[in-house]
Design a protein around this ligand. Structure first.
Ligand SMILES: Nc1ncnc2c1ncn2[C@@H]1O[C@H](COP(=O)(O)OP(=O)(O)OP(=O)(O)O)[C@@H](O)[C@H]1O
Ligand SMILES: [Mg+2]
Length: 295
């Protein structure tokens, strides 16, 4: 077996008296997309910051590309790139100028930096805007530029903290395509997201963080299978979901659920059965209805 991209054992981090990470154990395989899910404030950004050497953990170990984030910081830094939740781009410069400037900071010559900037401008569909100041950009263009900047010097592991937050569906899908392309080249993508569908669509492996620990990990299909069965939904005549109840999918359990619900809803509501979604998994895992499940 090849060594994992990231190996975390017993990681703890507190800010003052607030214990944010309370014993994180996690293995991220090499290549493909790994998604970290969790409610606001769960510690996703803190974990990414530790893995990218920006924050020092209190205890535990984290190996990134086989290197220790505490004792081999430079080696870790040269194996990764990071696009933060609130990325820093110089708004007064154009996209091309930003890319060239960062290329120069990474040690490329002026002509190498210009060549690399132009490659990325084409790859990220920023040609039309390349010479415009970044402050005139839409959110989608900004996010594409953020990602392009992080790829100026190719790295085997890429951290993306909420890469698509606030983007419209079209921009989100453009970024998904780029992320999948990178993963297809053997790069390991470690992303966080608020969008469960995003994790479902993109990720080969998902982990859910809640209360400072990883409460579940596995493929999207494995996590949905943990919920099991069928979700029974009651729908209004406008197709609004009035309530959702998990069932085993077997006739007696569906019947039991229907009997329980019949008393509380008018008789003309409609019934729908569907497979569990990532939303169901997330709600179940982060509201303490499910035991810790590592599959
Ligand atoms: N430098 C810091 N000093 C003090 N508290 C911090 C610091 N960084 C993070 N925290 C706290 O740690 C907790 C976890 O924050 P973190 O940003 O890691 O969460 P998150 O999962 O990324 O949330 P979100 O989904 O909102 O981005 C929060 O309660 C936050 O206020
Ligand atoms: Mg965050």
């Amino acid at each position: 077996m090849t060594s994992p991209a990231i190996q975390i054992t017993g990681l703890h981090k507190s800010f003052g008296r607030q214990a944010v990470l309370r014993g994180i154990d996690l293995t991220v395989p090499k290549g493909g997309v790994f998604a970290l899910l969790g409610p606001n404030g769960a510690g996703k950004t803190t974990l990414i910051n530790i893995l990218s050497t920006l924050v020092v953990p209190d205890s535990g170990t984290a190996l990134v590309a086989g290197r220790n984030v505490m004792t081999e910081r430079n080696a870790v830094k040269s194996a990764i790139s990071l696009t933060g939740q609130f990325a820093a781009v110089d708004e007064v410069l154009t996209c091309e100028e930003n890319l060239i400037m960062i290329g120069r900071l990474y040690g490329l010559s002026a002509s190498q930096a210009k060549t690399r900037a132009n490659e990325l401008i084409i790859q990220f569909d920023l040609t039309a805007a390349a010479k415009k100041r970044v402050k005139t950009y839409s959110g989608g263009m900004r996010r594409r530029l953020d990602l392009a900047i992080s790829l100026i010097v190719p790295r085997p592991i890429i951290f993306l903290d909420e890469p698509t937050t606030g983007l419209d569906t079209h921009s989100r899908r453009t970024l998904w395509d780029i992320i999948l392309q990178l993963a297809g080249q053997g790069i390991t993508i470690f992303l966080t997201t608020q969008y469960l569908e995003e994790a479902d669509q993109l990720a080969d492996t998902i982990a859910v963080i809640a209360d400072g620990r990883i409460v579940a990990s596995g493929t999207p299909e494995q996590l949905k299978a943990r919920i099991g069965g069928e979700q029974l939904e009651l729908l209004s005549d406008k197709d609004e979901v009035l309530c959702t109840v998990p069932t085993s999918g077997q006739i007696h359990d569906v019947q039991r659920a229907l009997n329980e619900l019949a008393a509380s809803f008018p008789s003309d509501v409609r019934v729908n059965l569907r497979r569990p979604s990532m939303d169901d998994v997330f709600v179940a895992l982060t509201s303490h209805k499910m035991e810790d499940t590592h599959v």
